[in-house]
Write a protein that binds this ligand. Structure first.
Ligand code: FAD
Length: 655
């Protein structure tokens, strides 16, 4: 795979000029606006489902760019990457190609909440995504800025229902029609950049914001409720000017674990990986922050920033007197720059230099690019269906930072699902949804469309109530089969591999269940393991594998004929065994939620005249959010158990 990729990259420039020059058609099934993490997954997914797709992005060279941190995955986010990969998305394989430091976070906790993470080479990541898109059948990539959405006014028989018909490119030059449009404008919608006391329009440093026409269509014509959020990025530091001997070395894992279920190894060899370094702020940092406050207009804005990725200004003002961690991370295999994670800041550039020089390894550091902040518009995501379609505008899908999320992985996950549904709509197929019980992507979308956001939303394992079942190791079994059989976004190659894994695991689990021995015999076989006494005197292999000290390899050496054929799955089988009792307990609750998810609430119900006993407040909530299922109604804030019982009765009566 990697050999092929290298050959592909050699042809890359040629491909860019071929695709960027002229549009093949004026009519597409799906148009995706924006080539960030949401847009690239959306475009690739729509094309995989079978739609003739156009991806329009302001600059081809920034397609797949990592705007902020050069890393992928982590706790909660790594789960999303594995699920995107299981649905044949791009970012997992791109991470394996571009990763230069792989580690599994949270290893001290159970495997369900391990966070696969990689430090990335920015350039390799971008190049992988671009070459992948340019070689995707049915996908055309166009460099251009979308000025306006083309929408029809509601018809008298469908009040409040607009329909999207296409886009207008910048300068009003070109109209392109499509049945579905996916908007993924990230931090660019009415974007403003902040450094010190200077504010300029922009979506990211070096890039113009999205045109005012686009915001106008969303706000004024489609009357969507919008809000404003902000985020920031640290200065990039010249590596040569940093004394890394004064920081604590953090080596990568000795055996890098690939994100993708299709890859057995990463491109970067274990010994070629680069380390990260950890250092801490000093009281001098706090002093510079306080002295520069009057020169820092971003910090005084009312808009909400990312709670879990705060600026250094917010950190020292919130927790004065504390030392704060700063990670010094490589930006690429041959990059001259370091990314100081934890030092996002928006004070004037000369104060940024004073601040970083208060940190011991950075005493002589030079800044290559100053940190800055960005403010942008987002659309309140409760106006979307679980397919990520705007409820009041047929054919318009939104994904990524435009929905109030933060992070590459959250954007990519939504992009993939919006792309799938945009394609299915264009091809006259029904929408598909993912439940909270089967994926983190389902949790993410459900949280957005049912609960909305008040601050930039990021994924955590604690958001998933069934996290012991939604593990990184089993994302292929949860999603690749469904992705092929029901959704249409998974290749037959991946499907065949997922089937092979599923069947092998089933055979291995059956073999373990069949290995029934007395406790006495198990003790003789595994003398170092303390097999407890209990009423039932026999134990099967599955129960023995649940013991901490027992590995699958140990059992395989006792029963080589039966168990050795499955030794490639030893880690997965151990994890299955450990979590089985807990997952069995959760099954009932999962079944209940799945049942509620299958009870659809008609989208045209008049909640105010519904002949059931509901308070005015509940009727208003239901009217405002228009949940698509009983399950979604249950999770709306302000819903009462009594109201759900009445709704359930109503749904049953009308079935
Ligand atoms: P983006 O990656 O922003 O991509 C949007 C794409 O749309 C771009 O390619 C743009 O050119 C294109 N586009 C926009 N408008 C148009 C148009 N009208 N026509 C054509 N193309 C258009 N994330 C974190 O998790 N933590 C952080 O601390 C963090 N800090 C950040 C700091 C800064 C300064 C920035 C800019 C981003 C930061 N991010 C952070 C956010 C992270 O970059 C995003 O979460 C992620 O990139 C969102 O992906 P997206 O696809 O929604 O949008």
């Amino acid at each position: 795979l990697f050999q092929l990729r290298l050959r592909h990259l050699a042809n890359f420039q040629v491909l860019v000029s071929r695709y960027a020059s002229q549009l093949a058609h004026q009519q597409y099934d799906v148009i995706v606006v924006g080539g960030g993490h949401a847009g690239t997954e959306a475009a690739a997914a729509a094309a995989r489902v079978g739609a003739e797709t156009l991806l329009v992005s302001q600059k081809i060279q920034t397609i797949g760019a990592l705007s902020c941190n050069p890393s992928l995955g982590g706790i909660g986010k790594g789960q999303l990457v594995k699920e995107i990969d299981a649905l044949d998305g791009l970012c997992g394989r791109a991470g394996d190609w571009a990763g230069i430091h792989f580690s599994i976070l949270n290893r001290r906790k159970g495997p369900a909440v391990w966070g696969p993470r990689a430090q990335l080479d920015r350039q390799y990541y971008r190049e992988f995504i671009q070459s992948e898109l340019l070689s995707t059948p049915r996908l055309t990539v166009l460099e251009g800025s979308v000025e306006e959405l083309l929408v029809t006014e509601p018809k008298p028989d469908e009040p409040g229902q607009h329909r999207v018909t296409g886009i207008r490119l910048a300068n009003g030059s070109q109209l392109v029609s499509a049945s579905s449009v996916v908007l993924t404008t990230g931090t660019f919608l009415a974007g403003s950049l902040f450094v010190g006391q200077t504010t300029v329009p922009g979506g990211r440093v070096g890039d113009a914001p999205s045109s005012a026409g686009l915001s106008h269509t969303l706000k004024e014509r489609l009357r969507l409720r919008m809000g404003r959020l902000r985020t920031g990025t640290p200065p990039r530091i010249v590596k040569e000017s940093v004394d890394l001997s004064l920081a604590v070395l953090h080596p990568p894992d000795t055996n890098p674990t690939p994100f993708s279920f299709l890859n057995k190894q990463t491109r970067c060899k274990p010994e070629e990986q680069l380390p990260c370094h950890l250092t801490y702020t000093t009281p001098g940092v706090e002093k510079v922050v306080k002295e520069s406050l009057h020169l820092n207009c971003h910090i005084h804005q009312d808009t909400k920033g990312p709670r879990y990725c705060p600026s250094i200004e917010s950190r020292v003002l919130r927790f004065p007197g504390r030392q704060h961690q700063v990670w010094l991370e490589p930006e690429g295999l041959t990059s001259e720059l370091l990314y100081p994670q934890g030092l996002s800041m928006t004070m004037p550039p000369e104060m940024q230099l004073s601040l970083i020089r208060e940190i011991p390894p950075l005493q002589r550091a030079e800044i290559h690019t100053p940190g800055y902040g960005v403010q942008y518009d987002f659309v309140c995501p409760t106006q979307l269906s679980p397919a990520l379609q705007v409820k009041s505008t047929q054919g318009l899908f939104l994904a990524g930072q435009i929905n109030g999320t933060t992070g590459y992985e959250e954007a990519a996950a939504q992009g993939l699902w919006a792309g799938v549904n945009a394609a299915r709509r264009a091809l006259s197929m029904p929408p598909v949804t993912l439940s909270r019980t089967e994926s983190y992507i389902g949790v993410l979308i459900d949280d957005l469309v049912c609960r909305g956001v008040t601050e930039p939303y990021r994924m955590f394992t604690s958001r998933a109530e069934f996290r012991t079942a939604l593990r990184p190791d089993n994302a292929d079994l949860r999603l690749s089969l469904k992705g092929f059989e029901e959704v249409g976004c998974v290749s037959s190659e991946r499907y065949q591999e997922a089937l092979r894994v599923k069947n092998s695991l089933a055979d291995a689990l059956a073999a373990l269940q069949d290995l029934t021995l007395s406790r006495h015999n198990w003790r003789k076989m595994l003398p170092d393991v303390h097999i407890s006494d209990a009423k039932n005197s026999v134990l099967n292999g599955m129960a023995v594998l649940q013991y901490n000290q027992v590995s699958y390899e140990m059992l395989a050496s006792c029963f080589p004929e039966v168990l050795c054929p499955f030794v490639e799955f030893s880690q997965r089988l151990k994890i299955e065994a450990v979590y089985k009792p807990h997952c069995d307990l959760q099954k009932k609750e999962m079944d209940r939620i799945q049942k509620e998810e299958s009870m659809f609430l008609p989208q045209d119900i008049d909640y105010f005249s519904l002949p059931v006993s509901l308070s005015q407040e509940v009727r208003e909530i239901l009217d405002r959010f228009r949940p698509s299922t009983l399950g979604a109604a249950t999770r709306l804030q302000g819903m009462t158990p009594a109201a759900i019982v009445h709704l359930l009765k109503y749904v049953k009566q009308t079935k």
